[in-house]
Design a protein around this ligand. Structure first.
Ligand code: DGL
Length: 266
């Protein structure tokens, strides 16, 4: 089985990491659409255009199953992607909402995400279907900080402090009793430790990487088993392959020896 994993940049590596642990025998191809990032500040039409061309590329590279490891593309363009390719497609908003349902006892959930994801209210809809109340907050400065590798810089801690303080004030004003914070952007788990230091301890921080990998393993009947020594992981980026290899290796927790440059147009 060849599984295609797609994100606008490095964020989807958090999902790939979980997939590699759960389905060690599969082949993977990962595309980071770094030339056209950030998706989170763009319109639905533009995100759909970028995401469908990226999905088609992965299928042309042999992907038999696609994981859209980008909340923004999942929230705004999942139907477009499904219409554009003939292989099964899984998005991360549904799996993130499943994780929120499993985590929350109070039924009140906070979600941080890109501006486009928040404006789509895809999380609010998916969580409402599961009996959860949701407060969504856009954190547009976080993706550029992650893409720059500024994980431990003081500026990142300060930006997080401001966003999280605002979020907790909004939760209080809305009379929420939240016990779960969903990282509704696949870039944010790379800041997980910093986020956990900033929010109250009563808040459980979750992301969709684990549940997504579990769901893919279940659907494909491919979980467990030993790593296949012959299994391949190929990486593609639409810009700056050297930067992708260097920073991506850090985020993935294993060396990325080669990244191929792809031109998907504008
Ligand atoms: N990682 C993407 C997500 O999960 C967003 C990054 C971007 O704005 O391009 O939403």
């Amino acid at each position: 089985m060849n599984i295609g994993v797609f994100d606008s940049g490095f964020g989807g590596l958090t999902v790939l990491r979980a997939l590699l642990e759960h389905i060690p025998g599969a082949d993977f191809c990962y595309l980071g659409d770094t030339a056209r990032l950030p998706y989170g500040a763009k319109s639905r039409q533009t995100v759909a255009r970028y995401a469908t061309s990226s999905a088609r590329f992965l299928v042309e590279e042999g992907a038999e199953y696609l994981v859209i490891a980008c909340n923004t593309a999942s929230a705004l363009a999942l139907d477009d992607i499904r219409a554009a390719v003939s292989v099964p497609v899984l998005g991360v908003v549904e799996t993130g909402a499943n994780a929120a349902r499993a985590s929350s006892a109070t039924g009140d959930v906070l979600v941080i995400a890109t501006a486009a994801t928040v404006e789509s209210h895809a999380y609010a809809a998916a969580c409402a279907e599961r009996g959860l109340r949701v407060l969504e907050k856009a954190c547009p400065l976080l993706v550029p900080l992650v893409e720059e590798g500024w994980i431990d810089r003081p500026v990142t801690a300060e930006v997080l402090r401001i966003y999280m303080t605002e979020l907790m004030e909004q939760a209080q004003a809305a009379r929420f009793t939240p016990d779960t914070l969903v990282l509704g952007c696949t870039h944010y788990p790379l800041l997980r430790a910093q986020i956990e230091r900033t929010v109250p301890r009563s808040l459980r921080v979750i992301d969709s990487a684990e549940v997504t990998a579990e769901q893919v393993a279940q659907v494909l009947g491919a979980g467990g088993g030993a790593a296949n020594p012959g299994s391949r992981v190929r990486f593609f980026a639409t810009d700056s392959v050297a930067k992708f290899a260097a920073l991506g290796s850090r985020f993935l927790g294993r060396t990325i020896p080669r990244v191929d440059l792809v031109d998907l147009g504008g």
